[in-house]
Write a protein that binds this ligand. Structure first.
Ligand SMILES: [Cu+2]
Length: 177
């Protein structure tokens, strides 16, 4: 369902790229929300569409530890992951300027179990083979960061290039019906 929504958004926003070359870079804000009453921590908006050259500033809305941390394969090939420091104070900010087109998928480390994640689409959505393919070392480094909060067996992340086998099996099943 999310994929359909994303595709529709990309279709709608695709036309804007025609005049993208002439536009001034924009500054966007993503609120980091700590909703203690409902025990929810989330990025607002969860999905933001920007253009190359634009900046996104994440603003902490409460005195709660949050960070912006790329999934190990959650950014375009040739770019670097988003690794913010922990924002601890109310109104503490972190800004990143996006230059490369594609999809950036990130989460907050301590609140990953609450589904605290977000997406930045720069210009257009990345296709499956345009994402960074993490090395063994990078995967180990990512798991080590998560282990600061979680036991080894929790939140084992499988990069998308390792998930293809499962998908192929599903397709086969459908073909037999
Ligand atoms: Cu958080």
């Amino acid at each position: 369902m999310l994929r359909i929504v994303l595709s529709a958004l990309v279709l709608c926003f695709g036309a804007s790229q025609v005049w993208a070359a002439d536009r001034q870079p924009k500054e966007h804000v993503v609120q980091i929300v700590s909703d203690y009453d409902n025990l929810r921590m989330y990025f607002k908006p969860k999905l933001i569409i920007v253009q190359p050259g634009d900046t996104v500033t994440w603003v902490n809305q409460a005195a709660e530890d949050h960070n912006i941390f790329s999934y190990p394969d959650g950014f375009p090939k040739g770019d670097k992951p988003l690794h913010s420091p922990y924002l601890k104070k109310k109104n503490e900010k972190w800004t990143h300027t996006f230059q490369k087109k594609g999809t950036y998928e990130y989460h907050c480390i301590p609140h990953l179990p609450m589904g605290m994640h977000g997406t930045v689409i720069v210009g257009r959505h990345s296709t499956a083979n345009e994402f960074h393919e993490p090395s063994v070392t990078e995967m180990k480094a990512y798991q080590a960061r998560l282990r600061e909060f979680y036991d080894d067996e929790e939140f084992k992340y499988t990069p998308r290039n390792k998930r293809k086998a499962g998908k192929a099996t599903t397709h086969k099943k459908h073909a037999h019906k």
